[in-house]
Design a protein around this ligand. Sequence first.
Ligand SMILES: [Zn+2]
Ligand SMILES: [Zn+2]
Length: 146
Amino acid sequence: MVSSPSPSPASSAPTSSDHAMLVSVFLALFLPCVGMSAVFLIYLFVLWFSTRNQSEFAKPVAGKGLSESELEKVPKVTGKELVMGTECAVCLDEIESEQPARLLPGCNHGFHLQCADAWLSRNSVCPVCRTKLDPQFFDASQDNPC
Ligand SMILES: [Zn+2]
Ligand SMILES: [Zn+2]
């Protein structure tokens, strides 16, 4: 009489508390894991994002020099036409009178054609005096016949 009603509430009560315990144990184990992996994923994402940003920042810096079409506008001369000396400041070698060279507009510094192109494709300043080569300068000099 007493034994038959007692098992059912007694058995139902522990099961629900067991479930609650299981859930809380599960959460206690699972949540830190989720938290850790979330932090780890965020860390990875930040790392990936910063490296991606760096490479994207690197491109404009690398492309800061003159483009090929702008390079074509830099006056092409030979060594004998140079007015500011015939030593190439890029390779520190003499520019022979028959060697192709580039004469930078603005400062008239001259460099080997290949040295100038290699330098100017990465930097838009004169390697000697740091005069900025403004692409507009080439357009203006083209418009002006003198
Ligand atoms: Zn050179
Ligand atoms: Zn110069």
